[in-house]
Design a protein around this ligand. Structure first.
Ligand code: DCP
Ligand code: MG
Length: 388
């Protein structure tokens, strides 16, 4: 069917990394609905279906106008039959029955609450759900065996499910900067993740740490972590060595310096700024504090002058910095699309460490994100337009 001349027709490229996707867009009603179905598919461990809904939502995010009729979707990629039915129902009736039913379902609500615990993935949450657990307090009440990560996840549940603001991210940036300068002068930190894409809030704060002189960054993470820990700034931390070497499907033989990649998952204890003296709590810590005659648990924001914030630190050698920056800026779907493009369109393998060209059988150097886009034959997309 030929589109009528009054209908705006926009064509978009098929891969999310070929498009510009701003943070603020015109189709939130539709994308929110599709992303509920994507999340539900994740809870049911149906990754294919989840990615299909995310791709459909991502295409709508890249449109320069609000979709008002199905005819406007002609020629757009990634809109499968299921997504189209959902969109059609919302355009015609204001909402989708499937999405409403999903939001109301006990399984969706319980999975959302349980996977909201730091350290709890879909598999654990699903097992708990089938055992009758519905919320974090059920995990405590039924005495579930927890690892250290999950214990921290329960203890700081309220804080970790309160969005981190940009101001809080910047305050943490100052602390990390001080720590890094103290243990290795000349090292640099870079804010990545959602905040680099311009998001006003996030679920955590992501930093890359490097040093311009290759090799200087070795053993940096334990020193940074000790510096922070000695000052009581860490509520939890787990440092892992680069898992890249153990990856079964990574490029055949990574350069020797790749085993220097370290990551620290942590929870910072961030002081809350400018409290009036009369609001100061009598007792600190995550234990119970007596305030105004009421016994309040750690969940009570009013009882403490600090907030628990998830922070990810990654140390990278200078030669891999651009790859790490590109890989950690996201969005998650944008990253997925970049890797898919690399494999299927360029016979290359992209990771947060390197770019391998399977045709030439060699690694391609990249000292800036722009160079990596060029290697991939893609137009450069700035971070603020990577909100796929
Ligand atoms: N990333 C990835 N694959 C992972 C982990 C991370 O591709 N397994 C990349 C893409 C993410 C970025 O790292 O965008 C940071 O991870 P986050 O989970 O912190 O995602 P965001 O920072 O984008 O989201 P939020 O604002 O909620 O923190
Ligand atoms: Mg993040």
């Amino acid at each position: 069917v030929e589109p009528s001349p009054t209908v705006p027709v926009f064509t978009l490229n098929a891969y999310g990394c070929q498009r510009r996707t701003p943070l603020l867009h015109h189709n939130n009603v539709l994308t929110d609905a599709l992303l509920v179905l994507a999340e539900n598919a994740e809870f049911n461990e149906d990754e294919g279906r989840s990615v299909a809904f995310k791709r459909a939502a991502s295409v709508l995010k890249a449109l320069p106008h609000t979709v008002r009729g199905m005819e406007e979707l002609q020629g757009l990629p990634c809109l499968g039959g299921h997504s189209q039915r959902v969109i059609k129902e919302i355009l015609e009736e204001g909402k989708s029955r499937e999405v409403e039913a999903t939001l109301q379902s006990q399984q969706f609500q319980a999975m959302k609450a349980l996977t909201g615990i730091f350290g709890v993935g879909v598999k654990t949450a699903d097992r708990w759900f089938r055992e009758g657990l519905r919320q974090p307090s059920d995990v405590v009440d039924t005495g579930q065996k927890l690892n250290h990560t999950q214990e921290a996840g329960i203890r700081y549940y309220e804080d970790l499910n309160t969005p981190v603001t940009r101001a809080e991210a910047d305050a943490i940036g100052q602390i990390v900067e001080e720590a890094v300068q103290a243990v290795l002068p000349g090292a640099t930190i870079t804010l990545t993740g959602g905040f680099r894409r311009g998001k006003p809030t996030g679920h955590d704060v992501d930093f890359l740490i490097t040093h311009p002189e290759e090799g200087k960054e070795e053993n940096l993470m334990p020193k940074v972590v000790s510096w922070l820990d000695d000052r009581g700034l860490l509520l939890y931390q787990k440092t892992t060595r680069n898992s890249y070497l153990e990856a079964k499907d990574g490029p055949a033989r990574p350069p020797h310096n790749m085993d220097r990649f370290e990551r620290c998952f942590s929870i910072f204890r961030l002081d809350r700024p400018h409290r009036r003296p009369e609001q100061q709590p009598q007792a600190g810590g995550e234990c119970q504090a007596q305030v105004g005659g009421t016994l309040l648990g750690q969940g009570s924001e009013e009882s403490r002058d600090w907030k628990a914030v998830r922070v990810d630190l990654v140390v990278t050698p200078a030669s891999q910095f651009a790859f790490a920056l590109l890989g950690w800026t996201g969005s998650q779907l944008f990253e997925r699309e970049l890797r898919r493009w690399a494999v299927h369109e360029k016979h290359m393998s992209l990771s947060s460490h390197a770019l391998y060209d399977s045709t030439q059988n060699r690694y391609l150097r990249g000292s800036t994100e722009e160079e990596i886009f060029t290697h991939l034959g893609l137009e450069f997309v700035p971070p603020s337009e990577r909100n796929a």
